[in-house]
Design a protein around this ligand. Structure first.
Ligand code: ADP
Length: 326
């Protein structure tokens, strides 16, 4: 047997999502938002989840936390299946997993002071000692680069979008979680602020030993922060792999098209003509077989008839395609 000499000994899996199905029902129709997604996140890593708006990324994030209950499948966090949990047991597990949203201003109660907003998860978790709560709030506000003495007594409208996202990050950190789902955390921010918030997330990850699921439609942002990337299309994963490898050698035609569509810093370099245009099909009646086939240059009869499963194509890289690029 070959001896594995790589330094990266397989790390412990903190989150495992297995064959997750999440649906909505609108006007008698079923929205197939997440249709059999499986993935793993190792402790300490950042998994980027990327795909066009509406492909099911937020739904997947919310279903991991059981904020939207899945139709079927498992969400195993640190060995416990959250889907099977209810009430207090689920609430206790949820403290270990926090969510940061896209719109920081909208996710802060406009009438509450910053100190109370950041302390709220501690109150809900039953931390009765006021001095202890204040100590924690002070610590996390300082950690995200805000002066607790200056900000704790103020209201959200006194802060910019970037500062509000810092406050949201502080609130997410206050219960000392292990896992944070960042759902488009910089999409609503000015371009000039984005790098600061991404750097802050990296710093917090290192300081508190966090594991991140980083959701974004913007591939360039995902590339900047992720160890591995999962590409989602119309409720299914089409490709998963180590970030650099996936960007250098995308196996799925959709991944390749997304990479080609990343805007170039040079205005004279135009994105390729082959980038899919128009809207993806509706998740109410997704295409048979491969869901990407209606926009795929390589689609043939097999893609109509047979749904491709995620299979290994290179070390650490999986693809769900009948005609991968290599
Ligand atoms: P993304 O995060 O990738 O933009 P979402 O998870 O928000 O995608 O949405 C996936 C699909 O589910 C979309 O078609 C969206 O319209 C639909 N959807 C999301 N939330 C709801 C809801 N509460 N009720 C009905 N449909 C929904």
């Amino acid at each position: 047997m070959m001896h594995d000499t790589r330094k990266s000994i397989r790390r412990e899996t903190l989150l495992r999502v297995d064959n997750l199905v999440v649906e909505y029902s609108i006007a008698g129709n079923t929205v197939h938002a997440v249709s059999g997604v499986s993935l793993e996140v190792a402790r300490g890593e950042t998994l980027g989840l990327v795909g066009e708006s509406g492909c099911g990324k937020s739904t997947l994030g919310r279903a991991i936390l059981q904020l939207r209950r899945p139709v079927s499948g498992e969400v195993v966090f640190d060995g416990h299946d959250l889907v099977a949990m209810n009430g207090d047991t689920l609430r206790r597990m949820r403290r270990r997993v926090q969510l940061i949203f896209q719109d920081p201003i909208a996710s802060l109660n406009p009438r509450r002071r910053i100190g109370d907003i950041v302390a709220e998860p501690l109150v809900i978790a039953g931390v009765k000692d006021r001095a202890e709560r204040e100590r924690r709030v002070h610590e996390v506000l300082s950690a995200v680069g805000l002066d607790p003495g200056l900000v704790a007594g103020r209201l959200p409208h006194e802060f910019s979008g970037g500062q509000c996202q810092r406050i949201c990050i502080a609130r997410a950190l206050v219960l000392d979680p292990e896992f944070i789902i960042c759902d488009e955390p910089v999409s609503a921010l000015d371009v000039s602020i984005r790098a600061q918030i991404l750097n802050l997330l990296e710093e917090m990850k290192a300081r508190y030993g966090l594991t991140l699921l980083f959701i974004a439609h913007d591939l360039a942002v995902v590339k900047a922060v992720s160890d591995r990337v999962a590409v989602m299309y119309l409720g299914r994963l089409c490709e998963v792999g180590p970030s650099e490898q996936l960007f250098a050698r995308p196996a799925h035609p959709y991944t390749a098209l997304l990479i080609e569509a990343i805007p170039q810093p040079d205005p004279d370099v135009r994105p390729s003509e082959s980038v899919p245009i128009g809207e993806p099909p509706s998740p109410i009646s997704p295409p048979s077989g491969c869901r990407f086939r209606t926009r795929c240059p390589k689609a043939d009869r097999r893609c109509i008839d047979e749904m491709p499963e995620l299979v290994p194509i290179a070390p650490g890289q999986l693809v769900a395609c009948h005609h991968p690029n290599f």
